[in-house]
Design a protein around this ligand. Structure first.
Ligand SMILES: *Cc1c(COP(=O)(O)O)cnc(C)c1O
Length: 457
């Protein structure tokens, strides 16, 4: 009999709702975001300046489910349900008794999970009468998703892209422009924040925090624009839960269930999207699952950061969030997993870790690329550098299974393909890739800028 490697899910079985983990989380309610000027919890009225009403409800609400609007489901249907594969050739190459599955989000038009939320946010902003979107992007994946989503809804898009990434990935810029977006390398002379930073350091490589400040400043000056977020926010994590809900059903058809779920974590959205439906099932009395967040050693937000209220943006224009943070002034070394260079993480991820429902590890990039090459040579898909972090740890866990003789089920999130990231692979093959780690001085300096020492609830 043919061994099954794919577990397709019919369109009719695609999720109709997003799943909200806040409904099942034990302990106190999620800590509110704070107004940067008053230090008080953001009111709904204040949130309404930056977010359409339905997104505010999704950001703060505790309903277990939110219905996915029909036009959004229609657009998802172009590539969703995304495939779940069993990595049989990788298993054999590793000679492991573990069963390894991966949920592949690279089938989206822009090559990652990001359009799952881009389309939803564009839809709600369009409904609210906005005619354009503005945002920031690190590696360009979120910028591409914003550009795509804006074009689907006939909106304009302005994307501030971290300068070092724009330089590393010119084709990402070209893709955004193809969709009709304007892509601005950040820091830029177009905003007060950017001009100030350039005056101090004309060669500043940029950071997600700086690009966020530039996008927020542009947004504040033009009421026709909607500001959209690529990761970290509760509603973004919510939109990504289509991934895990599909995976639950696909694994059911495989007659399997994960012992271990692995995902790479930048702001935490693809990891949450895959893992939260399983964590929710566990909290409602289902099988326990070990969830592992993987971050780069160069930007060790979860493993070396502090839990505190901090800004998501360097310019301190936006609200403060209670989260694991390295400090909003932290500028990580320019590793190739540009999507994992955020100083902070989604507040929901922080809570899940505090509740003991998730663990975190940091891994250096060379070993990740090595795992990515191994994966490409066995499974055929070229992974995004971000995704190779999940592959590294999935392989390590499978090798542990071999050593222990235990046949565990490992499911990891393959958040995107690496077709725009071949420069990273070239460098790896040329032996030019190094394991840049965040050094103590950098970390201490940035930590000193965190406004509150402790993250009391
Ligand atoms: C953006 C991105 C990430 C990191 O973002 P999360 O919000 O943590 O998921 C990971 N992988 C890919 C391919 C990305 O584009």
């Amino acid at each position: 009999m043919m061994e099954r490697t794919t577990f397709p899910l019919a369109q009719a079985d695609a999720p109709t709702h997003w799943y909200n983990l806040a409904a099942d989380l034990p302990g106190p309610a999620l800590a509110p975001a704070l107004n940067p000027r008053t230090g008080q919890p953001l009111s709904r009225d204040e949130m309404a300046h930056t977010m359409p009403e339905p997104l505010i409800e999704q950001e703060t609400g505790t309903a277990r489910e939110f219905e996915i609007p029909e036009p959004v489901r229609q657009l998802y249907a172009q590539w969703r349900p995304s495939p779940l594969y069993r990595a049989r050739r990788l298993e054999r190459a590793l000679d492991t008794p573990a069963r390894i599955y991966y949920k592949y989000e690279g089938v989206a038009p822009t090559g990652s999970h990001k359009p799952n939320t881009g389309i939803a946010q564009a839809y709600y902003n369009k409904q609210a009468g906005k005619t354009g979107l503005v945002t920031e992007t690190g590696a360009g994946q979120w910028g591409s998703a914003t550009a795509l989503s804006a074009s689907f809804f006939g909106m304009s898009a302005t994307v501030y892209m971290v300068r070092v990434s724009a330089r590393q990935k010119p084709y990402r810029t070209a893709l955004m422009e193809t969709y009709g977006a304007v892509c601005v390398p950040s820091p830029s002379p177009e905003t007060a924040v950017g001009r100030k930073i350039l005056a101090d350091d004309p060669d500043c490589p940029g950071s997600l925090g700086i690009a966020t400040s530039e996008a927020l400043e542009t947004f504040a000056q033009d009421p026709s624009l909607g500001y959209v977020l690529g990761s970290a926010a509760n509603h973004v994590l919510l939109h990504q839960t289509v991934i895990g809900q599909e995976a639950l059903k696909q694994l059911e058809s495989a007659e399997d269930y994960p012992d271990i779920i692995v995902g790479c974590a930048g702001g935490g959205s693809n990891l949450a999207g895959l893992a939260f439906p399983f964590i929710g099932a566990q909290l409602r009395g289902g099988r326990p699952v070990r969830v592992i967040a993987v971050e780069p050693a160069a930007c060790p937000t979860l493993t070396r950061g502090t839990v505190a209220y901090d800004y998501a943006d360097t310019g301190q224009l936006g609200p403060l969030f209670r989260m694991h943070t390295l400090g909003h002034q932290f500028i990580p070394p320019s590793v190739h997993a540009g999507g994992l260079r955020a100083h902070g993480i989604g507040p929901m991820i922080t809570r899940v870790i505090e509740e003991g429902l998730m663990e975190a590890v940091a891994v250096p990039q060379v070993g990740c690329l090595e795992a990515g090459v191994r994966f490409a040579r066995t499974e055929g898909i070229l992974p995004a550098p971000e995704s190779t972090h999940a592959i590294r740890v999935a392989i390590d866990e499978a090798l542990r299974c071999r050593a222990e003789g235990s046949a565990k089920t490992i499911v990891f999130g393959l958040s995107g393909h690496g077709h725009f990231d071949l420069a990273a692979y070239q460098k790896y093959f040329a032996g030019e890739l190094t394991d840049a780690e965040a050094d103590e001085d950098m970390l201490a300096h940035a930590a000193a800028g965190i406004p509150r020492a402790s993250g009391s609830r």
